[in-house]
Write a protein that binds this ligand. Structure first.
Ligand code: HEC
Length: 219
């Protein structure tokens, strides 16, 4: 194909791509400039703004968080409310979260890893403590979602209420989180054994669900 049949931008791209060395140098400069524009402002923002009422998970709640991950609840549920009116109206229907009822970075300082999720097959759970704080309802729902929500497609998890927690595992989780900055004391870790002894995975999962959004209720 002769060069005359090419459009101006095809000619330009051939001219640029034909000069491999220059092309590499100029793209590297472009990426460096882009990096300078993006990264220093990010570091200047500094640390995440803390929310004083946000506390680490108690032992049983933390065990429930591990069950939540083990069962893959995050495949269907998110835990992050975006700053759009249709979201805040839906997830703060009791008007308990003040003038800015969406999720803030400070709510997630003890989350390792984050469980924001990305798929909303089921409803968002970030404010579950406010939306439904009845442990008996949650037990019935987890045993068989069709009993509380007739057309639910959520799977049933009856075995969670037969499987006992291993307190040593919960303590190991707490020690691991402590090593990366979650402020558990040695006494917290010691008392975790008693707090989880004889409890089931289901009990722990419900304790966890009732912690979601509880710390930031302002009313
Ligand atoms: C296949 C997708 C799916 C999975 C996996 C799933 N859910 Fe659900 N979940 C749903 C759907 C859909 C609903 C809405 C209907 C209902 O209430 O059952 C729901 C509802 C809920 C609700 C009620 C929320 C509210 O405020 O009405 C809770 C709590 C919940 N799920 C917790 C869990 C937990 C905990 C797990 C993991 C053990 C889990 N879900 C796994 C799809 C799922």
């Amino acid at each position: 194909m002769s060069n005359e049949n090419l459009t101006w931008y095809e000619k330009l791209s051939h001219a640029v791509e034909g000069k491999a060395f220059k092309f590499t140098v100029f793209t590297t400069i472009a990426i460096l400039v882009g990096g300078l524009v993006e990264l220093p402002p990010f570091f200047m923002v500094g640390a995440v703004e803390r929310i004083p009422t946000v506390t680490p998970y108690a032992a049983l709640e933390l065990a429930g968080r591990d069950v939540y991950q083990q069962e893959g609840c995050f495949y269907c549920h998110t835990q992050v409310i975006r700053p759009f009116k249709w979201e805040t109206d839906r997830w703060d229907r009791n008007r308990e979260y003040g003038p800015e009822p969406y999720s803030k970075a400070g709510e997630f300082v003890y989350e390792h890893p984050f469980l924001w999720g990305s798929k909303r097959t089921g409803p968002d759970l970030a404010h579950e403590a406010s939306l439904n704080s009845n442990p008996a309802w949650h037990k019935q729902h987890l045993m068989n979602p069709r009993e509380t929500s007739p057309d639910s497609i959520m799977p049933a998890y009856p075995w969670l209420f037969e499987t006992k927690l291993d307190p040593a595992k919960v303590q190991a989780s707490m020690r691991a989180l402590k090593s990366i900055g979650v402020p558990y004391t040695d006494a917290d870790i010691q008392n975790a054994a008693q707090a989880t002894q004889g409890k089931t995975e289901g009990d722990a999962l419900i304790a966890y669900l009732l912690k979601l959004g509880r710390d930031t209720i302002v009313k």
